[in-house]
Design a protein around this ligand. Sequence first.
Ligand code: PMP
Length: 428
Amino acid sequence: GDLASLSNDDLQRFYTAANERYQAFKARGLKLDSTRGKPSADQLDLSNGLLAAVDEAEARGGGDLRNYGGGVNGLPQARELFAPMLGAPAAQVVVAENSSLALMHDSIVYALLKGVPGSKAGWSTEPVTFLCPAPGYDRHFAICAQYGIKMIAVPLTGTGPDMDVVEKLVAEDASIKGMWCVPKYANPTGDVYSDEVVERLAKMKTAAADFRIFWDNAYAVHHLTDKKHEIANILEACAAAGNADRAFVFASTSKITLAGAGLALFAASPANVAWMTKNMGFRSIGPDKINQLRHVKFLKDFAGLQALMEKHRALIVPKMNAVLDVLAQELNGRGVATWTNPDGGYFISFDVREGCAKRVVQLAEEAGVAMVPAGNTFPNGNDPKDTNIRIAPTFPALDGVKLAAEGIALATLVGVAENELKKRGQAA
Ligand code: PMP
């Protein structure tokens, strides 16, 4: 039963038994990895066809793609290909280099130095704050930390951020210039933003006239069930609400084709796209058009892209299920943790009893399961309840995934039992 309801003696016995299993697991000296959300080698193999998708004649074609030229906004065919995924006309799509994180980083730097359409000056002339739905993506928060942007964590509800909190904050505080959103299959919670949340984000009154939503739709097509969630179109919602310039939309093919050699994508209002491409033009003469053409030839069209995602799904689902099975088997009914069962994306968000996440991660690490530090999913690495842990099951092979989940489950039993003993003033 629930650890909290056990008698002191039963709790001691429970702790001893769990610890024996934990120590035996540790003694196996395994080296397992549950750190980053990386595609497995099998997943990368799905896109090997990309490597040779362009021949010499094609590379010479279209004005000689091997050379400079064509502008910073990318190959027209590539902008056409990704337009449906971004929910914008091709004319409002930019296809860039290999990392959407770099695009987000650069747009924040441009905004800090020069402002965005509607700014009176660069954002950095005054204090800047971003709203950070949390748990969220650590690298978003790291960009803010790097440039001295204050972060305010906002709770997630399963269907997006708590909009009562968001609306109140943005209406009152003109230093709030931005907000991170991962609107579909969010990293790590799996949140899918409801139509109501999208509508309220588009409509809300912001004290800052040049407020921007950083809409990082990194998992737009990364379904893991037949419930292929479609979310409301943020660009259309913002335009309809009279806030056409409010959203910057980002995505990439990092988890569609090759994580390190894919394409980064941006879409926004015409004014924002003009702003972005102007700034990009100082930074680079233009992107790698050969890689863009390779993607066009390999994926062909949006249907081709979706067909590829089905192959990813077939590889990821057994790993997700393996983790969910182990967690259910080991932890159900113990009152030690709760976790998500996402309809898409790359992660399981695992919440252990308050005050235990750091200890559980430490125990898992000591038993050979590499984890991201507890707290990483919150701004400044500070999970105020010390509860959230991100599980990333895609990268290892299936047996490694199962073992890692077992290690995490045993670490949880030991860590939380320890915590309960301590609470009762007993030694573990
Ligand atoms: N955004 C989110 C939400 C992510 O989880 C990741 C990591 N895959 C990225 C962006 C990074 O994407 P990219 O490889 O395009 O920089």
